[in-house]
Design a protein. Structure first.
Length: 117
């Protein structure tokens, strides 16, 4: 008699994509590509292709896939949300040190104290 196991699916930020080769590498590429260029490691697509063991033609195919742009946008949004505290910290530092009105106004707007009476 076989024992039945309950299988719990693993949650993923990425949907299943059909007609794509090397899905794990595609996910790595999307996460890398979502990062601003000056923060990427390796810096260029050729170096990243070599790092994950794919040719640049594979990356071109991924970029032309219908699901690429929505997945990229989701990854970019996640990257941006992850860095909001750093941006607010930078804005705080700039508003305190240089005291430009637009920086102070932006900081107060974000904090919810934009109308001081």
């Amino acid at each position: 008699m076989q024992k039945t196991q309950n299988i719990i699916p693993i949650q993923s930020d990425f949907q299943i994509i059909t007609n794509v080769q090397r899905m794990p590498e595609l996910i790595q590429f999307i996460e890398w590509y979502a990062v601003p260029k000056k923060f990427r490691n390796p810096r260029d697509q050729k170096g990243f292709a070599k790092k994950i063991g794919v040719c640049e033609d594979t990356i071109t195919n991924w970029k032309n896939h219908d699901a690429f742009l929505p997945l990229l946008q989701k990854a970019m949004k996640k990257w941006m949300i992850d860095h909001v505290p750093d941006v607010i910290g930078g804005l705080y530092t700039k508003a305190c040190s240089k005291g430009h009105a637009k920086d102070v106004e932006m900081y107060l707007r974000i904090s919810g104290i934009n109308n001081i009476n």
